[in-house]
Design a protein around this ligand. Structure first.
Ligand SMILES: C[S@@+](CC[C@H](N)C(=O)[O-])C[C@H]1O[C@@H](n2cnc3c(N)ncnc32)[C@H](O)[C@@H]1O
Length: 271
């Protein structure tokens, strides 16, 4: 896919399910998709469904400085600023950052934005943070293990010695092993947007997003298995990984739609 940040059409070429590259994300979030998304996913409803899960978690861990590496249209950045956190908002897609900045202004906040791809995040982000957040099922955009390891290593390097990474993902294990079913409560609030897989294999989950006006957009994503993500995190150096289900304190919930991994940089026995 080409970089079509100002265009309104997605273009997956002749064989959409053959598009399995990390750089694809740059052309997927086209203007019209981003606009429609924000129009329909009501921030208040999203805030309500999520509750204070992330805010509580960050406060409990004493975090003040947060790097939002997948800012998107700015939902979490704005929420955290309003809660008193110091936030830097990064994203690889300039279209997303522009939208996030405008959304911030609408909510009376000025976002500190940095355009940066996760694979070389530390080239553009030089400060250290108490927390790195990668939310909204964003890590799924990386298509090779090398890119995933590189991104996690870059997240690790942005953290202070006792910082944490919060990374969420769709429950792809369920989709791969049992087929798709959803409770439609989290992230895609209400029935305005239907998000359903059009094609799933071990290397691709192609989702179709249908809007009430009949328009459709797609995202090609890598179906991450939860234990695989935890293994990669451990291998790049993260410790004490805790996994939550659908913003609940317990992991063992039946078939959650989303998992949230919280990983520490701090070594438990460090002197
Ligand atoms: C699904 S959106 C989520 C946005 C937001 N966190 C939310 O929950 O609404 C994924 C975001 O990750 C960004 N992204 C995907 N791959 C990236 C990469 N390799 N480097 C930087 N940003 C990336 C996209 O540009 C997009 O804004």
């Amino acid at each position: 896919m080409t970089d079509v940040t100002k265009t309104t059409e997605q273009d997956y070429g002749e064989n959409p399910i053959g598009v399995r590259e990390t750089d694809t994300y740059k052309g997927e979030y086209v203007h019209s998709f981003v606009d429609k998304w924000d129009e329909l996913i009501d921030w208040d409803a999203r805030a309500e469904s999520e509750g204070s899960f992330f805010i509580k978690l960050l406060k409990e861990r004493g975090c003040k400085r947060v790097l939002d590496v997948a800012t998107g249209t700015g939902f979490h950045s704005v929420r955290l600023i309003k809660e008193g956190f110091e936030v830097v908002s990064a994203d690889g897609a300039p279209e997303m950052l522009a939208k996030a900045f405008n959304n911030g202004r609408k909510h009376g906040e000025i976002l500190r934005t940095v355009q940066a791809d996760w694979r070389w995040l530390n080239r553009d982000v030089h400060n250290k943070f108490d927390a790195v957040i990668c939310l909204g099922n964003s890590f799924t955009h990386l298509f090779s293990e090398r890119d995933r390891r590189k991104a996690l290593a870059e997240f690790y390097a942005c953290l202070r010695h006792d910082g944490i990474l919060i990374l969420d993902q769709r429950n792809y294990d369920m989709i791969l092993d049992e087929g798709f079913k959803t409770k439609h409560t989290y992230y895609y609030c209400g029935e305005n947007v239907r998000a359903e897989p059009e094609h799933v294999d071990e290397g691709l989950a192609r989702f179709c997003y249908s809007f009430p006006d009949g328009s459709k957009f797609h995202l090609n994503m890598y179906p991450l298995r939860a234990n695989y993500v935890k293994r990669l995190m451990t291998e790049v150096g993260f410790q004490n990984i805790e996994t939550f289900a659908d913003f609940q304190e317990t992991y063992r919930q039946d078939d959650p739609d989303f998992y949230i991994h919280v990983a520490e940089k701090r070594y438990p026995n460090a002197k």
